[in-house]
Design a protein around this ligand. Structure first.
Ligand code: BT5
Length: 324
């Protein structure tokens, strides 16, 4: 029974190191002491460090370094996001899982999480390096009530949410490179991929894929990305809690998407710009058919990059790879 086990984990987490007696847990949960003991054993098998202090009760000493629902949900501060978590030790891509779930009508805010992706993907069928247990490989299903033209901004909003989360958990100061890269000290630590399910009625589901490098060492990256990628651990010098990152990302994403749906892009655009390294700089934008060079002047209310070329023309860029 996953919910009782989760609630028990939550109760012990909230006791923050104080022992809670078996009898008290039995009373609170309306179960027998034997049953409490069985749930504790389940948690221990999952990697929770729980000791039992004689005559005092159970103390939670440490959590497993896993992204299972039971480690995320107890301290989650959201109303909607992450209330349902589909967890896999390994999968091809959490985007695939989320797309399938979205079609079965799961609620807004459902999240797919994996320790490892064997076919993690970026934009345009590029590969996304997703080493086991080292990062946050997460896809979030949103069902916002906005017209389809307002979908692209969700990538930018997600980027702001991830930056806020990284700041909160690690104290690092990341930058955003338009549209979907998050850099720390000039190297990529996060990529975001937003996909859409829609029909004549509009958006059925947005699938926001977030790939965040948390605890890799250089050797954990493939040769292709080792020179351009970094992890929060490499930048901050210490192990980073992926659980805290997930909770914090979901918290900010919920707040910011609510603001966006209710009040529009204004405030979020300002936040995005304050983190952006692209704006105000000379950049080269590689697109499918052409490459343009110029000054990135800003983004529009629609999230479109405004690039002024040497001939003075202003170009609206919807999607590109940016070199600075
Ligand atoms: C992205 O694409 O940056 C979006 C990546 C989204 C990944 C998440 S993980 C959860 C969910 N499930 C998925 O299957 N995907 C999403 P793009 O802008 O196209 O950048 C891809 C490029 O980033 C690659 O061609 C590499 O150069 C580089 N790259 C690949 N893996 C990386 C990593 N782990 N860290 C940094 N850079 C990486």
């Amino acid at each position: 029974n996953i919910t009782v086990t989760n609630k028990l984990a939550q109760r012990l987490m909230e006791a923050s190191g104080e022992p809670v007696s078996g009898q008290q847990l039995a009373d609170e949960f309306g179960i027998s002491r034997t049953s409490v003991w069985k749930h504790i054993k389940d948690l221990q098998e999952k990697g929770y460090e729980i000791t039992s202090v004689k005559k005092k009760g159970y103390v939670l000493m440490g959590l497993p370094d896993s992204l299972e629902a039971s480690t995320i949900q107890p301290l989650l501060k959201t109303k909607r996001l992450g209330k349902t978590i589909e967890y896999r030790a390994s999968c091809e891509s959490t985007q695939i899982i989320a797309h399938q779930l979205a079609q079965t009508g799961v609620p807004d805010g459902t999240v797919a999480l994996a320790e490892e992706q064997t076919a993690g993907r970026g934009r345009m069928a590029r590969k996304w390096d997703s080493a086991y247990g080292k990062g946050v490989w997460m896809s979030i299903i949103l069902r916002p009530d906005v017209p389809i033209q307002r979908a692209p901004q969700f990538t930018l909003i997600a980027a702001v949410a991830v930056v806020r989360a990284i700041e909160e958990v690690t104290g690092l100061r990341p930058d955003i490179k338009w549209p979907n890269d998050i850099l720390v000290n000039g190297k990529k630590c996060t990529g975001i991929l937003t996909e859409l399910q829609s029909d004549a009625d509009g958006i059925q589901a947005l699938i926001i894929g977030i790939g965040l490098n948390a605890n890799q060492e250089p050797a954990d990256f493939s040769d292709e990305v080792r020179d351009i990628a970094t992890s929060l651990k490499m930048e901050s010098g210490g192990h980073v809690s992926r659980q805290e990152l997930v909770r914090s990302i979901l918290f900010y994403l919920e707040q910011y998407t609510e603001i966006y749906v209710k009040e529009g892009f204004g405030v979020l655009k300002l936040m995005w710009e304050s983190y952006s390294t692209t704006i105000g700089r000379k950049v080269r934008a590689r697109m499918a058919k052409e490459t343009l060079e110029g000054i990135a002047e800003g983004i529009t209310e629609d999230g479109v990059l405004q690039l002024r070329t040497a001939d003075g023309k202003l170009h609206g860029i919807y999607s590109a790879d940016i070199e600075m």
